[in-house]
Design a protein around this ligand. Structure first.
Ligand code: HEM
Length: 403
């Protein structure tokens, strides 16, 4: 039956296995209306070619899109999330020229050289975490390794005190979840208040860290304002680990499900960089790109998306499109993965991509080096994916590891 007349609801079945419904929708056409778990109706884009085209199409806008999303949610659920206004001026909520300006300033502080210099420290953090993992007893890889690694890296990079890490990880986890509106609103207020204090601290006492560099970064005499700094810190922090944790855990699970691929990687660690790209394609850590809306009607394949509609580009669905990737539902760590959408595309392409790749390589490389045996400690059917349409990541990954 046409999904145009009966838009499917993205409920738990979808969250647990987004690939099947994505394939069914794509078979019908590149964009179809769907109902999000909070009741908001959006257009979901599932084809690779259209995803890439729309991510660079200026008729799609990010400008204040989170307010629109909240308004739509209010209409659908009768409840509005009161997101902290201090977090609004972030990169994924603005169009050029504001976006160009913010991006230039962050690029200045976030260079490839800064990231490459991090390698020895990331290796050290990975080794310390792996040292603490017991052998031969079930251990959940996420709290033991996949989550603390990127949190520690981004916090050290930005200059965030170690003692504060548990607090904001809780808030940000709630903010990307499908929790109740009041809980999400309260988490965002707590986060904004915390970040404001942090930025103030770095203004008063700059240190050798990314946040201090952002406070003082200037381009043609231009600087980030305090609200912009708060919002930038927010998006760098959340972007810095909410996704990387999914790359590490999703990559490990993909290998466990395909023992021949795991054996190939163990036999030739030189395959690791390409394997990381394949993990980003195969179990894409960000299911959907951040929302966009149409500034005018846009024809996408066989449909016209009217003006002022919300559009969700599914990077995960585009990455499983057979028109772009041969045999897309097969993990193949040697395949060409060019143009995968794991880090997005266009002006919002991930600013942290080099860091995400570095962390993924070190995490999975060190884990395999350290443990010669690795197996699931639970029935694979019992594994659950997080309750989020934005993030595609496991809730837990219990493993048995042996040296
Ligand atoms: C494997 C890890 C990562 C993945 C899969 C990932 C994925 C993505 C994707 C798909 C986008 C584009 C979203 C859109 O177009 O709506 C994005 C943007 C962004 N990411 Fe990442 N990311 C990762 C790591 C990081 C890290 C480590 C940082 C920060 C240190 C970061 C910071 C950002 C920021 C600030 C943006 C917004 C860029 C803009 O709007 O110009 N990400 N990321």
């Amino acid at each position: 039956m046409s999904q145009l007349k009966n838009p499917p609801s993205l409920g738990d079945e979808y969250l647990q296995n987004p690939h099947d419904l994505s394939a069914r929708l794509r078979a019908e056409g590149p964009a179809r209306p769907v109902t999000m778990p909070d009741g908001v109706r959006v257009w979901l884009v599932t084809s690779h070619a259209e995803a890439r085209a729309l991510l660079t199409d200026p008729r799609l806008s990010s400008d204040g899109v989170y307010d629109r999303l909240e308004y739509a949610r209010q209409l659908a659920e009768g409840k509005k999330i009161e997101f902290s206004r201090s977090l609004a001026a972030h990169l994924l909520n603005v169009d050029p020229p504001d976006h160009t300006r913010l991006r230039k300033l962050v690029n200045k502080a976030f260079t490839g050289r800064t990231i490459a210099r991090l390698r020895p420290r990331v290796e050290e953090i990975a080794d310390e975490l792996l040292d603490a993992i017991p052998e031969n007893e079930p251990v959940d890889l996420i709290p033991a390794f996949a989550l603390p690694l990127p949190i520690q890296v981004i916090c050290e990079l930005m200059g965030i005190p170690a003692d504060d890490r548990g607090r904001f990880a809780g808030w940000s986890g709630q903010m990307v979840s499908t929790a109740a509106p009041e809980e999400i609103g309260a988490a965002s207020e707590a986060m904004a208040g915390y970040l404001a204090g942090l930025v103030e601290g770095k203004r008063a006492e700059p240190a050798d860290d990314l946040l201090s560099a952002l406070v003082h970064a200037s381009e043609d005499g231009d600087r980030l304002t305090v609200p912009e700094l708060i919002a930038m810190t927010f998006v760098l922090l959340i972007g810095g680990y909410e996704t990387t944790v999914n790359l590490i855990s999703g990559g490990v699970l993909s290998l466990l499900r395909e023992p021949a691929q795991l054996a190939a990687l163990r036999a030739d660690p030189g395959l690791l960089p390409n394997a990381i790209e394949e993990f980003l394609r195969f179990e894409t850590p960000n299911n959907m790109a951040s929302p966009r809306f149409t500034k005018e009607p846009v024809v996408v394949g066989d449909v016209t998306i009217p003006k002022d509609e919300l559009v969700m580009v599914s990077l995960l669905a585009g990455n499983r499109d057979a028109e772009r990737f041969a045999d897309p539902d097969r993990l193949d760590i040697t395949r060409p993965t060019g143009a995968h959408l794991g880090f997005g595309h266009g002006i919002h392409y991930c600013v942290g991509a080099p860091l995400g790749r570095l962390e993924g390589e070190i995490a999975i490389g060190r884990l395999l080096e350290r443990f010669s045996r690795m197996e699931l400690a639970v029935d694979p059917a019992g594994l659950r994916w997080r309750s989020s349409t934005q993030m595609h990541g496991l809730e837990a990954l219990p493993l048995l590891l042996r040296h």
